[in-house]
Design a protein around this ligand. Sequence first.
Ligand SMILES: [Zn+2]
Length: 483
Amino acid sequence: MEFTIFFILFIVGIFIIITLFNLFTVKSKQLTPVPTTVTFDGNKAVSHLSEAITYKTISYKDKTLFDPVPFHRFLTFLHETYAQIFEQLEVEVVNQFALIFRWHGEDASKKPIGLTAHYDVVPVLEGTERNWKEDPFGGKVENGIIWGRGTLDDKTSVIAIFEAIQYLMNNHFQPKRDLYFMVGFDEEIGGEKGAKAIVETLQAKGVQFDFILDEGGAIVENMVPGVNRPIGVVGISEKGFATAELTAKGSGGHSSQPSNPTNIGKIARAIAKLEEKQFEGDLRGPSKQLFEYVAPEMELGMKYIFANQTIFKPMIENILVKKPSSAALIRTTIAPTIFQAGEAANVLPEKATAIINLRLMPGDTIKDVKSFIEKTIDDPDVQVSVTGTEATKVSSTNGWQFQTIQQAARNVYPEAIIAPYLMFGASDARHYDLISDETYRFLPVHITSEDLNRMHGTNEHISVENFLNAIKFYIELLKEVNK
Ligand SMILES: [Zn+2]
């Protein structure tokens, strides 16, 4: 008896010692900021973004609605505003509206790096025009706010990159390695003619990047419980995107004497089983890394748990799956989006189908997803087909590339924690994986969660301060790259 108590106390003691050791030895992964001293004419830069917003460079899902006129006019505006860049850098036009700029570096043996952004925007949803406080294409600047479609996604990046290049040229910056700037024009509808064609063009020339930086995660508040500082999240991978179709077929007889289950019943049961079961949450890959970067900056209680990620893994996963936003970080998600069957109130449908939208974790293949669905619904009468793309490769956080981005971000936003993460949405960046060793996704602005909803929604806007900080970020980044 006494021995047992002693043994239990011994184990508990060891546990406490190990976990406290982990707590007190967890080291910050944040680089020391060297606060930026860059200064320039902010009003001029703001007037450029304001004008950029006025061009209705809209990408429509229905491609027949494409209007080339504003795209031509936007490019003319870029050319006139940044004439020096167009004259001094090598420029290539792809598919009429996409641009590749190359700034030759001193050392041709070094792999180039590339910045990319897109100037197409999503349309203003019909019926929501009146909810806008300002004209979405007016480019109004008032009380330190720039209004309009594209101020967050993604004309701010386009203009900030051009302003940064212009600043560096004015200050006699000489790149050590080749720098590329790529401007896409159809990101919102998949980037086939923009980013994808740019990649094919560069690939044909044998260009291989050391790293690419595209739009992506921003600097946000209240992202992780127990952290009261803003967190800047740099996407190091994008989740995959797949569509599963479930079908049940066959005559169900007459509705006055139905067989059981009916086609609708079979599909309904299948969906219910999937929602009940769910893919298993697993804290791994980019999401695990997010917490490794954030843990050292947490308040004591949360820090204790997250500094001991390995020991408390099941507990952490349990907490994370409870909220949809954090559940999506650790598992492939299941979202039934279309349910179709039946036409008349007194006829049993011969066919019932359901469409499920899935977002795949890195490592989960289309094959895995299909067999998970089949196993879970366990019904030979329901046919399952799955099509889509898997998650992108996961870029490294150990090399100089991620650190360069972190350093530049910290120089402009010294209070922010800069951490890797997993992006849920798709961006142009995934096309660049083909020709880039590492691919990162970061929008260098400090925004709120309401701003995130405004991105493809109503009242999209950005503060002048954020826009100017974005310019500073790209300047700092290119200076860091030169070190
Ligand atoms: Zn975008």
